[in-house]
Design a protein around this ligand. Structure first.
Ligand code: FES
Length: 227
């Protein structure tokens, strides 16, 4: 159990789209894809954020839909980022082919898994919501609500056209409704899949119970669960 707050210097702040930024910071702790840190935003408290890069440098990707998020995306190179962690379990690492299924900024926690063996299904509201464009273009099937990029529709509309037997592991992260639809779709398909759930986190070390789902604490037993 580790409550120790530390800081790292921000190396770069990359604007992904209008309200989403990736902040790279210089940190030497060990972390694996799927783990999260608790970031302290002065004046607001702590917020849980998945690591969108787990190597060197590390990164977090923030969608600013509230004031703490707005404050974070305005951090500049040389600013201090205060945090504790990493916390939680992680996605299983496989050598074979990977199918990564995400909606919106859910792709952030699976960004470290993207490589030449990955196919991604990314569901967006509109084309302008895309993040990690460089890494996704060429290896992603997009769906958008308004049809401005890829298939007009949702994740399942893309998933129906994919041969699931081609993949050694399927990773899923996004809003719960989307994850439930994927879980149901995969139920009788005999495939390996892992889902990363998001919940309010306060202590991140199994004390406060704010992250409990059906008696399971996401911060210590999750956030990644198998199908
Ligand atoms: S966040 Fe406190 S128990 Fe999980």
């Amino acid at each position: 159990m580790c409550f120790k707050m530390r800081y790292s210097y921000i190396i770069e702040n990359v604007m992904e789209n209008e309200n989403t930024h990736t902040i790279f910071f210089d940190a030497d702790f060990n972390a694996l894809p799927g783990q999260f840190i608790m970031v302290w935003v002065p004046g607001y408290g702590e917020i849980p954020l998945s690591l969108s890069c787990t190597g060197k440098p590390k990164a977090i990707t923030i969608k600013a839909y509230n004031e703490p998020g707005m404050k974070l995306i305005n951090y500049k190179k040389g600013d201090k980022l205060f945090y504790r962690g990493p916390y939680g379990n992680h996605f299983s690492l496989v050598d074979g082919k990977k199918l990564i299924i995400a909606a919106g900024s859910g792709i952030a926690s699976m960004h470290p898994l993207i490589d030449d063996n990955s196919i991604i299904i990314e569901s967006l509201k509109r084309a302008s919501d895309i993040i990690f464009e460089k890494e996704l273009k060429g290896r992603a099937i997009f769906t958008t609500d308004d049809g401005t990029l890829g298939i007009k529709g949702h994740v399942i509309d893309a998933l129906k056209n994919v041969n699931l037997n081609d993949f050694d592991m399927i990773y899923v992260c996004g809003p719960e409704l989307m994850m439930k639809s994927v879980f149901d779709f995969l139920k009788d398909k005999n495939v390996r899949a892992e889902f990363s759930l998001e919940r309010e986190m306060k202590c991140a070390v199994g004390i406060c119970d704010s992250c409990s789902v059906s008696g399971i604490q996401l911060c210590t037993e999750g956030p990644v669960f198998t199908n």
